[in-house]
Design a protein around this ligand. Structure first.
Ligand code: ADP
Ligand code: MG
Length: 504
């Protein structure tokens, strides 16, 4: 309320705004109800297929502890670029890597799947020849693929594509095994690379954080979307039958929750007319209900909906709008973040954004308007952060990870929202305090997962190699630091300076 307290708004306008603010406020009882519903939906998703959240078994059965060693290839496919990395795990929580980026054209994204996978194989070939990867004739490199599309996995190295998202639409891919399509393309080129692990970005986040921290209970993404992965007891994963495994049934498995779909049944999160408008006009109405209150793709749009409503009620900008404010998704979450970073009394940066980015006339924008825009960003972001804390609390409860000891509870995170939005972590922690208590909240360490899609995929490839050796009855790989490998001075040893970016 502090932004509105200093305005000269009349009591009727203030009452109007306070009514909106109350709709975005989550009290402690509501937070507790959300946590309870989370645990209910987790249980259901773990017991049956086709539920939301999907609680996808990943067939990753162990987390790294930082002692892992070896050189692996990692691919990251999901956005504009394909990233190819060579990752060397040094076994002392240190990593060396180099990478190249290859542009994935619109034609490849929407053409024949075989062409797309041929292009990926060509990129791997180009990387191996130019990056000087030491590889003898009979040596095979193990590859992990970070693939951020919905997949149904049946093994760590097998997964059927369920649907494309994010502008991909290559034909003859849906229903097929992604790893097989990639392996076939590599084989056609006689490249000595074995597709070993198919890794979701949340799983990569979890594994990367575990490698650098020595342990981790949750890998969570708060970026364009939101999702999380954690380790559960197999006894909880009721939907996986005994014959789901070729070898012995493992004790634990990493679960990709797909928690963006939490509360699709609209049971616990109070929804405002601004949320309903967003949902109705989205490409997936009624789906990803939780994500739509939380993630970068949507927060700006909720704020835009509030501001348009206030414009229409002549409370904001004297009833004026702009082309940018009128456009669907016209107000990016990054702008909210920049507005929230503006600590000046008069909101200088906020004014600059409204006039330079959002096309408002400088003469129209009054001090009251700036206060209202800042207030709207605050109430939407605060709700998002508090809701995010509910998911973290749910994983702490689900795994009982804080019980019976005094150690840190380590959470690995990734995504622009948690990384850059001012106060996002504070808001997340405020609901964590309510839900798991101050003592456990204090013990919860939230840290950025370094390059989950690169290092995480490499760790996935190693996990797959270990599973293969165990199945063949071969001895376990030795771990621990190479005595020759000099630890670098840098805390986590990621050799960023050595990254060679060549966008082909
Ligand atoms: P992705 O999730 O696609 O891997 P990011 O983690 O960078 O990518 O998240 C992108 C989302 O974050 C976009 O929706 C964007 O609006 C939002 N975003 C970008 N920059 C910032 C910022 N500085 N603060 C908050 N959100 C941001
Ligand atoms: Mg990301």
């Amino acid at each position: 309320m502090s932004y509105l307290a200093d305005t000269s708004l009349n009591p009727a306008a203030l009452e109007f705004l306070e009514r909106i603010e109350r709709q975005f406020y989550l009290d402690d009882d509501q937070l507790r109800a959300i946590l309870a519903q989370f645990l209910k939906e987790f249980e259901l998703g773990l017991s049956k297929y086709g539920e939301s959240p999907a609680m996808v078994p990943t067939y990753v059965t162990h987390l790294p502890d930082g002692s892992e060693r070896g050189t692996f290839l990692a691919l990251d496919l999901g956005g504009t670029n394909l990233r190819v990395c060579q990752v060397t795990l040094l076994g002392n929580r240190q990593v060396e890597m180099n990478q190249s980026k290859y542009r994935v054209s619109e034609a490849l994204k929407t053409g024949e799947a075989e062409d797309l996978f041929n292009y990926i194989a060509d990129s791997v070939d180009h990387f191996l020849t130019t990056a000087d990867v030491p590889l003898t004739e009979d040596e095979t490199l193990y590859l992990g693929l970070t693939f951020s599309f919905p997949v149904e996995q049946t093994a760590i190295n097998k997964g059927k594509l369920l649907s494309w998202t994010k502008g991909f639409a290559a034909t003859h891919a849906i229903g097929n095994d992604v790893m097989q399509m990639l392996q076939d393309a590599l084989d056609r080129r006689h490249i000595h690379v074995k597709c070993a692990a198919l890794i979701n970005d949340t799983v990569g986040c979890l594994m990367s954080r575990a490698y650098f921290s020595g342990g981790c209970i949750l890998g969570a993404i708060f970026g364009t979307g939101t999702n999380g992965a954690y380790v559960d007891n197999m006894s909880a994963v009721k939907k996986l039958s005994k014959d789901a495994f070729e070898g012995a049934r493992p004790d634990h498995m990493v679960i990709n929750t797909e928690w963006g779909a939490f509360d699709n049944g609209r049971k616990v999160i109070p929804r405002t007319i601004f949320d309903n408008k967003l949902d109705r006009e989205s490409i997936n109405p009624r789906f990803q209900a939780y994500e739509k209150c939380i993630s970068g793709m949507y927060l700006g749009e909720i704020v835009r909906n509030i501001l348009l409503y206030l414009i229409d009620n002549s409370i904001l900008f004297g009833g004026d709008s702009s082309k940018q404010f009128n456009a669907h998704y016209g107000f990016d979450t990054e702008l909210m973040s920049n507005i929230a970073s503006d600590k000046s009394d008069e909101g200088t940066a906020c004014r600059a954004i409204l006039t330079q980015k959002m096309g408002m006339d400088d003469k129209v924008v009054q001090p009251n308007d700036i206060a209202i825009v800042r207030w709207a960003c605050t109430i939407v972001a605060t709700r998002a952060a508090k809701l995010s804390g509910c998911a973290v609390a749910a994983i702490i409860e689900q795994t009982h990870c804080a019980d019976g000891h005094e150690d840190f509870v380590d959470v690995g995170v990734d995504g622009s929202l948690i990384q850059f939005y001012p106060g996002f972590e504070d808001g997340l922690r405020s609901s964590l305090r309510v839900l798991v208590g101050e003592k456990i909240e204090k013990r919860t360490r939230i840290g950025l997962a370094k390059d989950g899609s690169g290092i995480g995929a490499a760790l996935g490839a190693l996990a797959s190699l270990k599973q293969e050796r165990a199945k063949q009855g071969l001895p376990a790989l030795t771990t621990g630091p190479d005595t020759d490998a000099a630890p670098s001075d840098e805390a986590n040893g990621v050799d960023k300076a050595g990254l060679a970016d060549s966008v082909a």
